[in-house]
Write a protein of this length. Sequence first.
Length: 319
Amino acid sequence: MLCLVSAKLPAPWESMNQNKHLLESNAVDKSPFSSATLRWLTLALLLLVLSVAWLKPLDERARAETEAGLKRALVTYAVARTINGIVSVVQESTVSLQPGGLGVTLAPAQFLDPVNDLVEQFASVMLAVCVSFGIQLMLLNIGGSTAVNVALTLVVFLWLAARWREWTAPRLLSALVVGLVFLRFAVPLLAIASETTYRYVLADEYSAAQQKVEAFAEGARNTSATDSLSLAPDQAGAQTLWERIKKLPDSVDIEAKLRRTQERFESVKSWLDRTVEHVVRLMALFALQTVFLPLLFLWALVRLSSIAIGANRASRMAS
């Protein structure tokens, strides 16, 4: 009898396993993300994606943001070319002295050569930034073209048809959906994110640096940094060289004119030293906006795309 009773009684671990399976089945049934719910959410999300692709609200904002960045870059490039021209003129200027008929030519502004090289590099960087904004505008036109929208619509409807009929969507078809969505929206999202970051983080620093550089360009344009110091010889007929030197007019103060010219060059150098810092800041700001921030946001989009592909693969394996 004891053997029969013990055989009919379930083992404690078996009852625990049964309770566990009951709890898991109840959790699956009560989960808000059931198969039907996920199907309708996916349908709504993809229809929203197609609506945004055809109505182009992101494209319009991204184009406006990119054009604003291009205008800023063009203004800064024009200022860079102006400073480059001014520094080149000052650097090549000479001072001519003719005391007693002796011709002496000085080139006191050669110390500006490193600064001129930096300004030339600044102009080159700004030209590259302008080209970068132009490429973004071209990519916006390509991504928002009718051909891309039609291809995206066809692939999305094929994928939805496969999933809606409980079929397993081909892996290539899922990759095409993610790839076309990435192609369609990557550039607008990158442009909007980069410009938004500039507006809320970098705008004040850009305005301060740009004002300093423009002030230097305007001041240097209105200031003549060179004088042609030509000290005429005495007009007392033919004299020996020694007599000319001895009879230089007292009114001609060569040392004073040299001092005045040196002060002007030192003033230009001081202006340039203060401007170099702002030039470097502008280069860093535009490099951050057009290179590093887009790469960062592009990496984030690639990660999201890989997560989406992984989620689709997991759902296919589960089904």
